[in-house]
Design a protein around this ligand. Structure first.
Ligand code: MG
Ligand code: MG
Length: 266
């Protein structure tokens, strides 16, 4: 069942989504080689608590951390750990918060220091594909229109692997609501998009094969060929004409840029 949100509820959801965005901006400002992913998780967790919210993922089906932090070949659901980031790594940080009865959920893939042009392009194309999906996320369209836009751009135009096993989703009082929002599919198919629907669109795109496997920790999803993967996620509300993006990458991108400039000064 799809839960449609009132205008007042959408404003509460915006607050949750923007708190996730601020958490990701905090991460963007501090990531550097030598930092452990557990340290990033702990700082994000504290920040969420300081903002009178709960980390949505902690305890969700038993997930033990506030953030999913997925390094290199890890696509999503990575465990924060004592792994120390090194130059050339990429990390996908996925954060959810629960505030005022609603969840926000957003993700961003960061580069640590210098990364190869090949991986740089994977990040750029994956982020762009998110916005191509959002362009189709309007009243009257269908979920398949979003899915198809993402797949066309990443798979057909760039030859990347679109993960089939995991999808975006409706969002609200529950972290995962109807409908499912895949990153692959046919135009004109799937659930009809209507005003008041809030969905998380989240392309998970692999440099190589689309195939993935479950790590032995029971959570981490990794690429079958060991090549890197990227993941970007926005929460959006369906409207007529143009989607309302509830989360924001503005602060994250500014912090990322400042951090990169700082690192290259050394
Ligand atoms: Mg997420
Ligand atoms: Mg999500």
């Amino acid at each position: 069942m799809i839960h449609y949100k009132s205008k007042a509820e959408i404003e509460l959801m915006r607050e949750s989504s923007l708190l996730v965005s601020k958490t990701l901006a905090l991460v963007a400002a501090l990531i550097k080689p030598g930092l452990t992913t557990l340290h990033i998780n702990n700082l994000a967790d504290e920040f969420i608590k300081d903002n009178k919210a709960l980390a949505s993922f902690k305890g969700y089906h038993g997930f033990p951390f506030a953030c999913c932090i997925s390094v290199n070949d890890a696509v999503v659901h990575g465990f924060p750990s004592t792994y120390e980031l090194k130059d050339g790594d990429i990390i996908s940080v996925d954060v959810g918060v629960f505030k005022n009865g609603f969840h926000g959920d957003s993700a961003y893939t960061f580069a640590i220091g210098e990364i190869s042009p090949e991986i740089r392009q994977l990040l750029r194309v994956t982020k762009d594909s998110l916005y191509k999906g959002i362009e189709k996320a309007i009243h009257g369209n269908r979920v398949g229109d979003i899915a198809n836009a993402i797949q066309q751009y990443t798979e057909k135009e760039h030859g990347y692997g679109v993960v089939r096993d995991l999808v975006g989703h409706g969002l609200g009082r529950h972290l995962h609501e109807e409908p499912q929002v895949p990153n692959f599919g046919k135009r004109g198919t799937g659930a009809k998009l209507k005003e008041g629907m809030v969905i998380a669109i989240e392309p998970m795109i692999n440099l190589g094969t689309k195939d993935v496997y479950h790590d032995k920790d029971g959570w981490t999803i990794r690429t079958a060929d060991g090549k890197p993967a990227a993941h970007y996620e926005h929460d959006i509300c369906i409207q007529k004409g143009k989607a309302d993006i509830l989360s924001s990458f503005v602060e994250t991108e500014a912090a990322e840029k400042a951090n990169t400039a700082l690192c290259s000064d050394y």
